[in-house]
Write a protein that binds this ligand. Structure first.
Ligand SMILES: C[S@@+](CC[C@H](N)C(=O)[O-])C[C@H]1O[C@@H](n2cnc3c(N)ncnc32)[C@H](O)[C@@H]1O
Length: 414
């Protein structure tokens, strides 16, 4: 194998075409079975490791390999960190932004994830519980996950046994668990009918047994319904408690959130009127509103309702206003942007193309971008730079250890 590819697979070559083989490292010599085509090359499966590359280490998790949760536990840590930071460097280079000042990779340690999406399935009458296999809907049964906070890791066994008898043969579900200040908030996502009375009784017993704060149920992509509320789940941002809607977006760890916030606060120092776009439940808006007037814009109704209610309870409406708006269809335009001296945006993986284009036509002197996709970040950065912004620096943040995902925070000015 010659290098690590963008999705974390080792990459070798066959007749000049790249061959992607999961869980391998540069310098490995392997016999490989070609299983399919993949992008510009082929996907392979390791049959036998003939000689290990110099950067190969023993993966710390016994589930590594079959479990699709992690892609890179077999790689020496220093090499992994270099590769991760390189994802941002390469994405920027592809957009002609090779000269960007890159701050060193900031890292969040494993064992700190406060939010997780488990997969549950069935094998005969038995429940399988854990994570999906790579590129598959099959569920890999796991006992522990090294990425999770202990309170979430401890749930794995009890949730698996709790689902016995609740999941019909052939059935499947996703279980999203979030650690909040009131305890665990659990969302069960499943196709089909809502739970009947008997099922609700069983879920209530499960909530009691595991001391869950809340259990909600919903069909995928539909608004979830709270079923059992034992304590209202809340998270505090900048000293203000927000009542969390079921399934609400949260940065995956407190540490990652704090890293991103610290960079954003330093970059925005001195700004007096800030727009926080794609604001979620206010993880940036609320802390930023201590030093500036903030206008939070977000598309999700449950999130804007939660933030608005928190603002009202804390009586800080003079410092923080909230607007619900679809920023893809209706980006803030130059005439609206005039009232801000700084702007922060933190879009979903697809990025903020429409908003970047509007900023390029006329935006505030300072822009901070937070992103979970090097590719869409680099695209949006190119739009801003072509519109007259300077990309002052970008910082890669490893919020998702052992995966190919990377978070970025960056400052633009003009
Ligand atoms: C990566 S999250 C960031 C949330 C928040 N800044 C945080 O740190 O918790 C992206 C947010 O963008 C919102 N969003 C997605 N598409 C949107 C759109 N078209 N218009 C407005 N908001 C959108 C999502 O609901 C989500 O809250």
């Amino acid at each position: 194998m010659e290098r690590i590819g963008g999705q974390g697979d080792g990459v070798g070559s066959l007749d000049g075409r790249p061959v992607y083989v999961p869980a391998t490292v540069p310098g490995d010599r392997l016999s490989v079975r070609i299983v399919s085509t993949k992008g510009d090359g082929l996907a392979g499966e390791a049959i036998e490791l003939l000689a290990a590359g110099p950067d190969r280490v023993e993966p710390p998790c016994p589930h590594f390999g079959p479990c699709g949760g992690c892609a890179l536990q077999q790689l020496r840590d220093e090499t992994y960190a270099e590769w991760k930071a390189g994802l941002l460097r390469e994405a920027l280079a592809k957009r002609g932004l090779r000269e960007t000042v890159l701050k060193p990779l900031a890292r969040v340690a494993p064992g700190s994830r406060r939010r997780v999406r488990f997969a549950a399935g069935t094998r005969g009458r038995q429940v399988t519980f854990g994570f999906h296999q790579r590129d598959s809907h099959a569920v890999v049964d796991i006992e522990h996950c090294l990425l999770l906070l202990p309170a979430l890791d401890r749930l794995i066994g009890p949730l698996r046994s709790g689902l016995e008898g609740m999941l019909a043969p052939g059935g499947h579900a996703a279980l999203e668990a979030t650690t909040t200040e009131a305890g665990i908030d659990l969302l069960i996502e499943q196709p089909g009918n809502p739970p009947d009375t008997a099922m609700r009784t069983r879920l209530a017993a499960l909530a009691d047994r595991l001391d869950l704060a809340r259990v909600s149920w919903g069909r995928p992509a539909e608004l979830p319904e709270p079923i059992i509320l034992r304590r209202p789940p809340a998270i505090t941002f900048g000293g203000v408690a927000v009542a969390l809607p079921p399934g609400a977006f949260l940065q995956p760890s407190r540490e990652g959130e704090a890293l991103l916030l610290a960079e954003a606060q330093a970059a925005l120092e001195g700004a007096e009127r800030i727009a926080d776009l794609f604001a979620g439940c206010g993880s940036f808006s609320l802390p930023l509103s201590k030093a500036a007037k903030v206008h939070a814009v977000e598309g999700d109704k449950a999130a804007t309702d939660a933030l608005q209610a928190a603002v009202k309870r804390a009586n800080i409406g003079h410092r923080l206003t909230v607007e619900r708006r679809d920023l893809e269809r209706a980006a803030l335009q130059p005439v609206e942007l005039k009232r801000f001296d700084a702007l922060l945006f933190d879009p979903p993986r697809s990025g903020a193309k429409a908003q970047a284009e509007a900023l390029a036509r006329g935006g505030p002197p300072l822009v901070v971008a937070v992103s979970c996709s090097p590719a869409s970040f680099a695209r949006d950065a190119r739009i801003l730079v072509d519109g007259g912004y300077r990309l002052d620096w970008a910082r890669p943040v490893d919020q998702f250890p052992w995966s190919a995902h990377l978070e970025i925070v960056a400052r633009f000015s003009r």
